[in-house]
Ligand binder design. Structure first.
Ligand SMILES: [Zn+2]
Length: 508
């Protein structure tokens, strides 16, 4: 663990301010988990474990700026549903009993394994348990990530407003029986969550040497009371923790802002006084130009989740507008039901591709430098880890991924940064180091028994599918009401069009 490594003359994308995603030859010394020297060449010291950099591309690990490990059990079950419909079946509101810590541990291990094997060294895991998270459930996630060796921010997801009140026009669309069933669903009490969150922030303040941190996860403005949002902001400030919230993911949510608050969701959060540099907004698709300015001014981050946004038909986030305004962008996979994988390489590639079809001005299209920055340093900044990881710089923790450039994806060898964005899928990875500890060697995870985790989940497959099928049958009863609600929403005008990528005003 406290070994000293000398990475000898590798091709490096430092992602720092000097060379960014331009390949340079560098040697890197790592001591006690920290990068202590970076230079063109370093002389070996007696205690060095030398890792040859020959034919190796060394890059800071990806930071997955938005995911939900809950969905690991729901991957590859659902297709062709918009967010609000999809949530009914992937986060069943009716009939769900709390998951056992045992299953949560297994689920978290699966996410960690797929992440590490894809070069993800930090997870921002917005852990949503239904009806609300218990201390045992949270502990299971911390323990799984501690053992796997990955770095993570772990919430703490919460909503304290009754489910039926999260959506405009739903009350009129529900029949009396379904309304009664929804009203009977347990709702977390805001003051109890704030006590729980404060306790968790303290309990996990120095967990796994600071590698794992608690995060505040207010679900979304329309799902949380103003008092809860204010209380969470205060805890985030006290402990300097990430405040992670879903905002303006769908057209429905743009209409919700207008219907509930008479303003955009961003304007609403700003009026509450909770937008600041600790906030990461997941998605941020249906924002207006003035919302983008507000976010830049408040120094909030946005996690861009292109694959999830494509799969759920949510729309196209205004990538170039955010960068032009100076908003910090991270990239996330989102959960393994809305994207069906935790592989960040796919989200980075999708980010590089998606915005090319939003307009003909090719000078505005995302560059490899931009998407790799968002996938590493941008995500680190959004996670309040900008001084800790995200680039190869002296003083940062050693979260490094080694790609074997003799692989298929790098043959024939051209521009390494373009291979990484467009050709690589994780199969070239031979070594992954997190906090100076090697957790993947020869492409295999060494920190946990990968085969045992997969075997156990496979063995439990029939039991899990029966349980999910029952929940799905129960919750499908809500879909006709959501179809009616959706039609009411789509009949409303909104200020921007994020399906086309043009983002033009429909009004005025
Ligand atoms: Zn999400």
């Amino acid at each position: 663990m406290s070994e000293t490594y000398l990475i000898d003359r590798a091709t490096v994308l430092t992602m720092d301010g000097a060379t960014g995603a331009t390949p340079v030859e560098r040697s890197i010394r790592v001591h006690d988990g920290e990068i202590v020297a970076v230079a063109g060449a370093l002389d070996p010291q007696p205690d060095d474990v030398v890792l040859s950099g020959r034919d190796r591309l060394v890059v800071p690990g990806y930071v997955n700026a938005h995911t939900h490990s809950w969905e690991a059990l729901f991957r590859a079950r659902l297709d062709n549903l918009p967010l609000e419909h999809w949530m009914l079946l992937s986060y069943p509101v009716l009939g769900l009993a709390p998951l056992s810590p045992d299953l949560i541990r297994l689920r978290s291990q699966l996410v960690a394994i797929e992440s590490l094997r894809n070069g993800v060294t930090t997870l921002v895991d917005d852990v949503l348990e239904i009806p609300g998270q218990t201390e045992d459930q949270l502990a299971a996630v911390f323990e799984a990530y501690r053992d796997s060796g990955i770095r993570a921010n772990i919430s703490g997801h919460v909503m304290d407003r009754p489910f039926a009140d999260h959506f405009p026009f739903l009350a009129d669309a529900l029949d009396a029986d379904l309304r009664r069933q929804l009203d009977a669903v347990t709702v977390v009490r805001g003051d109890e969550y704030l006590d729980y969150a404060r306790g968790s922030a303290q309990r996990y303040a120095d967990y796994a040497g600071g590698r794992l941190r608690f995060m505040l996860g207010p679900s979304a403005p329309q799902r949380c009371s103003p008092d809860l949002l204010a209380g969470i902001d205060e805890i985030a400030a006290t402990y300097d923790l990430e405040f992670h919230i879903h905002v303006l993911e769908t057209r429905t949510q743009a209409v919700t802002g207008a219907e509930f608050y008479g303003k955009t969701m961003v304007e609403y959060l700003d009026a509450l006084g909770v937008l600041n540099e600790r906030v990461t907004m997941a998605h941020g698709i249906w924002v207006t130009d003035s919302d983008v300015e507000v976010l830049a001014d408040r120094r909030a981050s946005v996690s861009h989740n292109p694959i999830s946004n494509l799969k759920l038909g949510s729309g196209i986030a205004p990538w170039r507008k955010y960068l032009d305004a100076g908003v910090n962008l991270g990239i996330g996979t989102d959960g393994m039901s809305s994207s069906d994988t935790a592989r960040m390489s796919e989200a980075v590639k999708a980010a590089a591709l998606l915005h090319k079809v939003t307009g003909p001005d090719y000078r505005q299209w995302p560059t490899a430098q931009e998407v790799l920055t968002a996938g590493t340093l941008g995500g680190a900044r959004s996670a309040r880890l900008g001084d800790t990881v995200g680039s190869v710089e002296v003083g940062k923790r050693a979260d490094l991924v080694f790609y074997d450039m003799n692989s298929l994806a790098f043959t024939p060898r051209n521009k390494p940064e373009l291979h990484l964005v467009y050709s690589e899928n994780g199969s070239s990875i031979d070594t992954v180091m997190v906090d100076g500890r090697i957790v993947v060697r020869d492409g295999r995870v060494t920190s946990v028994d990968e085969r045992a985790v997969l075997d156990e989940l496979q063995a439990r497959g029939p039991e899990l599918r029966r349980w999910q099928d029952e929940l799905e049958t129960l919750n499908r009863a809500l879909l006709p009401a959501f179809d009616r609600q959706y039609a009411s929403v789509m009949a409303r005008q909104v200020a921007v069009d994020r399906y086309s990528g043009r983002g033009e005003c429909w009004l005025n």
